[in-house]
Design a protein around this ligand. Structure first.
Ligand code: ZN
Ligand code: ZN
Length: 751
């Protein structure tokens, strides 16, 4: 027996690793390697996280691993380091954290590298070819000729575009003229394990990317050049966090592209994180076009398991030089990573808000950059208040693009007082006449409403009944075209009733959603093409492209949609943006609601006037004197942000305090709150404040009752020391069996 103890992380909810022994006949293990191990009566796939000489258990009680799955590590030292950090910080079992980071097929044992087969000509095949065989099968002969021209053989992927090649190859193999062999695995850049461990800066490999097929890029604007000069002057390596604040249309992407190019030229790789690939096709397209010929991998939630595995393998073996992806791509295994870019860093989709492991990809990207000692750029037109605060503290260096590229003018903003206007189907007279004017002037119009469906409520005209969801504390949304009632929280879907089920009287819809606004605009602007963009009409990327092209071609003149219209699309002929309901979010219990509202208004408004005509933005509100709206109008996002930060400071909310939320749900309301009350009683004495338990604002969702307990502290280290002691105690509570619970460190939304 060897002295090596292999410490293995397994995908179980248990907060611990497991020790195993190595079979003395197998080669030495390395951290990050996948192994099969006996676990209970089954076998499980796990990851070696360290190699130890001592175990807390007696050696005679330890089992041997069953086998190594690969002869090289799946996770290199730096990635393992990031995953350990994440498990510690989010107080989540390492095995589950590793499982989150990897494609499903790899967790199930798929090979780390794709097996490649090559076909070669045998001596008998050569003789046959020389003798003019096979005489009647022209395709088979052509295949023999092709193999004869490549002594090392031709791979199956190279043959893939040849019609029915497998059939021909099989016939030839039956006559022993050709041979099929597995090609040796590619050289793996990480296989030697000389890569960096935690905190070690990375070396450069120094190979040059191909510069072929590249169109000359546009010259940077003076603002872009100034930002680039600042970053470049501080060096291409070494940790530094940059916050690139650029108004919509100022050309942040050009800055990303130029910084990426420098890294690629130095032989390093680049990771670009984006909120949602489906909603930012233009950004992906620009990278693919600028770096044509440079292998790119795209990782997002729309991939099939096989596609994800394939993209991951190309990342892991280093063939992809540029990796673009959404949230979980922060865990992409990228050798020689030189730069991370987080675009739209304020976007909530970087935070995993469901399941057990609730991480922030933006925050982990910063940790990864710090551990690798490389630069990171966070970009946004409307940075999160946390990031702006980090600039004040000197943790991030600010970069600013205050002007639109090509000298396009920023739009003018105007509030419309809904109390003083005639409003028809959600649209004020001023909004309607302004739309008309812009259409006459050959402009295009965006109408933003933060609600999908036809109407948010169906009500009885006589007895006051409203259509409720039976599983949630929510009303059902009316879908008139489909004649359905649907719940946006649990997916309940029922037929739209013609009469009140309670009294039999007539029912009516109350309020507006995108579908209804589309209908009323079509009635008002007869003959004008109208497109709609929301999650009901667009579920796949090709559907999004179809809607976007109706606008860019000019066929549709008005676009109605939810915040999907604000994300990354460039519609140069849009001259007017109308925000229909700004008031949601002005009076929310969630302390981040105002920030989200300001970001949405600024992002939507940014779609107006990106071409050579000045844009106009109308915001409908019943609260034209609300300080948030006034601040935005008079001082822009910056003025809003500094006022909001002052408010956060006086209320001791993040970023001036650290939060963690213990969330629970159960089939009965008191089970969830009982569990949280017990968790509160089990809390060790510490320098933290406990708030709650309190039922969620929408307590019942999909048949389960939700509640939360907040932990707050001004001191991050104190909070984490508390959580270290508290979480195991919470886990051991007898009440835990009746609930589903999760710890959310740095929660983004408070329900
Ligand atoms: Zn009724
Ligand atoms: Zn529901």
């Amino acid at each position: 027996m060897t002295d090596e103890i292999l410490r293995v992380a397994l995908d179980t909810p248990l907060r611990r690793t497991f020790d195993y022994l190595r079979d003395e006949n197998s080669p030495a293990a390395v951290a990050g390697q996948r192994v099969r191990v006996p676990f209970g009566r089954r076998e499980k796939i796990g990851f070696i996280v360290s190699i130890e000489t001592h175990s807390e258990l007696e050696k005679s009680k330890l089992k041997q691993i069953s086998s190594y799955i690969d002869d090289q590590p799946t996770l290199d030292a730096s990635l393992l380091c990031l995953l350990r950090w994440a498990a510690d910080y989010y107080h989540h079992p390492l095995g589950e954290v590793i499982a989150t980071a990897l494609p499903k097929l790899l967790r199930e044992g798929a090979a780390l590298q794709e097996r490649q087969f090559v076909w070669t000509l045998t001596p008998a095949g050569r003789t046959a070819l020389d003798a003019g065989e096979p005489k009647r099968a022209r395709q088979q002969r052509a295949l023999l000729e092709r193999l004869a021209a490549h002594e090392a053989g031709v791979s199956e992927s190279e043959l893939a575009d040849w019609p029915r090649w497998r059939e021909h190859a099989r016939s030839l193999r039956e006559r022993d003229w050709v041979l099929r062999q597995e090609r040796e695995a590619r050289n793996h850049p990480q296989a030697s394990m000389t890569g960096p461990s935690c905190g070690d800066p990375q070396g450069s490999r120094g190979d040059e990317p191909s510069a072929a097929n590249r169109a000359p890029p546009p010259a940077p604007t003076p603002d872009q050049q100034a930002a680039l000069d600042t970053v470049i002057a501080s060096g291409d390596t070494g940790y530094r966090a940059w916050l690139l604040q650029g108004i919509t249309g100022s050309g942040k992407t050009e800055v990303y592209l130029r910084l990426t190019e420098r890294q690629l030229q130095a032989g390093r790789r680049v990771l670009i994180l984006v909120p949602e690939i489906g909603l930012t096709p233009q950004l992906v397209g620009r990278f693919a076009k600028r770096f044509a010929g440079i292998p790119l991998a795209v990782l997002h939630s729309g991939l099939t398991d096989t596609q994800r595995l394939e993209a991951w393998r190309r990342t892991h073996d280093g063939s992809a030089r540029l990796v673009l992806g959404t949230r979980s791509a922060v865990f992409a295994p990228i050798p020689d990573l030189g730069l991370i870019v987080v675009d739209e860093e304020h976007d909530a989709s970087f935070k995993q808000q469901e399941g057990g492991f609730r991480y922030s990809a933006r925050d982990l990207a910063l940790v990864r950059a710090q551990q690798l000692d490389i630069p990171i750029v966070l970009g946004s037109a409307t940075p999160s208040l946390e990031s702006l605060h980090n600039v004040t503290l000197g943790r991030y260096q600010p970069l600013s693009l205050p002007r639109r590229a090509a000298n396009a003018q920023p739009p003018t903003l105007r509030l419309i007082d809904l109390r003083a206007e005639h409003v028809h189907a959600g649209l004020s007279t001023t909004a309607a006449t302004t739309i008309e004017k812009h259409l006459v002037d050959q402009g295009q119009v965006l109408v933003y409403i933060n609600r999908r469906g036809y109407a948010p409520t169906l009500a009885c005209t006589a007895c006051g009944w409203v259509a409720p969801c039976l599983s949630c504390d929510a009303r059902l949304t009316v879908y008139r075209q489909a004649s359905r009632l649907r719940c946006h929280h649990c997916g309940a879907d029922r037929e739209l009733p013609r009469q009140c089920p309670q009294c039999g009287y007539a029912v009516k819809t109350v309020g507006q959603g995108t579908e209804r606004i589309e209908e009323s605009l079509a009635e008002t602007f007869v003959g004008v093409g109208i497109a709609r963009l929301d999650r009901d009409v667009v579920r796949r990327q090709d559907e999004l492209e179809a809607v976007v092209s109706r606008i860019t071609s000019g066929e549709a003149r008005i676009l109605v949609g939810t915040q999907m219209i604000a994300k990354g699309h460039d519609f140069p002929d849009v001259t007017l943006v109308v925000v229909l309901n700004a008031d949601q979010g002005l009076f929310s219990t969630d302390f981040r609601a105002a920030e989200r509202l300001a970001q949405t208004i600024v992002q939507v408004a940014g779609r107006a006037g990106r071409g050579d005509r000045r844009g106009e933005v109308l915001i409908q509100t019943e609260y034209p004197d609300h300080p948030l709206l006034r601040g935005l109008l008079e001082g822009g996002y910056e003025a809003f942000a500094s006022a909001a930060l002052a408010e956060r400071e006086s209320a001791a909310w993040p970023p001036f305090a650290r939060l963690a939320a213990l969330r629970a749900s159960a089939l009965q309301a008191d089970w969830a709150t009982d569990f949280l009350a017990a968790a509160r009683r089990a809390a060790p004495k510490a320098n933290v404040r406990l708030l709650g338990p309190a039922p969620a604002a929408m307590a019942k969702r999909a048949g389960r009752f939700h509640a939360q307990l907040l932990v707050e502290s001004a001191d991050r280290a104190a909070l984490h020391r508390f959580l270290d002691r508290w979480v195991p105690a919470v886990e051991a509570l007898p009440e835990v069996r009746r609930v589903r619970w999760a710890l959310d460190v740095d929660p983004l939304e408070l329900f």
